[in-house]
Design a protein around this ligand. Structure first.
Ligand code: SIN
Length: 323
């Protein structure tokens, strides 16, 4: 479904809704927790923002309406296709995606790695449901639209705009389960900020080795799992994954290691067995971004996204990109 709130001659922005708390409603007291994510449509979220039609023309499309804990590769393929479709329209200057906060950083990094346009993709979310007295969604959505329309955002790829700050897809992570200011950009810091309607950029994101990647077809996402190293980690999870009779077969494992990427000796033995069976194994840290390795700065969840795209490219080396 796509709808246009049209005023001719203004910068055009595509706004794609996928759900999350930003589209969530609470049934009881709106100041209390207890709500359902992904209820309101993208048109309803846009109508909460005053004066939009005075400075932009919006193309609104509902791609999904889910709690982002349930995000998966098939929906990522569809979302990337719709983003590419809108960015190919000459009159569209950028794309905004509304999303849940829980997997926002994974979707952002995926869209960044497959991005083929000079125009920006700006993801935003909210910590409070749309029906809360002090909902943060409308301001975040307005800020995301301002960034998408700003010429400085050209060439940024996919970024996240939350609580007045602009975060790089590679660096952004949810760091609080409850604060309104719930996102950070590790030691690198945010890319910039919004001061009222003004966008200030302090730095630009680093280039991503190997990007842009092709978008896997919905049914062609390689299976990659994440295992955690911890006291007593004995590798039984890895052995169970290797023995799992249900296709698709395991293609890769990302280990969220301890400290600087160390792994319990017994888990390591099982990982060696996985490698011997052709499973690709890479190590991140459960503490935060690892320094100085090939995947500098990638959390386990983002390393998983990158590995899936790399494995999909090996799987179908001559497949044309879907976007
Ligand atoms: C979700 O990720 O969809 C629910 C939580 C949120 O958006 O804050």
């Amino acid at each position: 479904m796509s709808a246009s709130l049209a005023v001719a001659g203004l910068p055009e922005i595509a706004v794609l809704g996928t759900g999350g708390t930003i589209a969530g409603t609470a049934t009881g007291d709106p100041s209390l927790p207890g709500y359902t994510a992904g209820v309101l449509g993208i048109g309803e979220l846009l109508h909460k923002i005053p004066s939009l039609s005075q400075w932009t023309r919006i193309h609104a499309e509902q791609v999904a309406n889910i709690d982002s804990k349930d995000m998966d590769g098939a929906l990522w393929s569809r979302l990337a296709g719709r983003v590419a479709h809108w960015l190919e329209q000459p009159q569209v200057v950028g794309c905004v995606v509304t999303h849940g906060t829980d997997t926002l950083e994974e979707t952002a990094y995926f869209l960044h790695l497959v991005h083929r346009s000079d125009k920006p993709v700006v993801l935003t979310a909210a910590m409070r449901p749309a029906t809360a007295l002090d909902a943060d969604g409308p301001q975040n959505l307005l800020d995301a639209l301002r960034v998408a329309a700003d010429p400085q955002a050209r060439g940024l790829g996919a970024v996240c705009v939350l609580h007045g700050r602009i975060h790089a897809a590679r660096d952004v992570a949810k760091i609080s389960t409850h604060a309104v200011d719930a996102f950070g950009s590790s030691e690198h810091g945010a890319l910039g900020e919004l001061i009222g309607p003004r966008v200030r950029l302090w730095r630009r994101p680093d280039a991503e080795p190997g990007a842009p990647f092709a978008v896997p077809a919905a049914s062609q996402w390689p299976r990659v799992d994440i295992v955690l190293s911890h006291a007593g980690a004995d590798g039984s999870v890895v052995r169970a994954l290797l023995a799992d009779p249900d296709p698709p077969a395991l293609r890769g494992l990302v280990v969220a290691g301890t400290g600087g990427g160390t792994v319990h000796a017994r888990l390591d033995a099982a990982l060696q067995q996985a490698k011997a069976q052709g499973v690709r194994v890479e190590v991140a840290s459960r503490v935060g971004p690892l320094r100085g390795d090939a995947f500098d700065g990638l959390s386990a969840v983002k390393l998983r996204v990158r590995m899936q795209l790399e494995l999909a490219a090996v799987q179908q080396p001559n497949a044309p990109p879907l976007v």
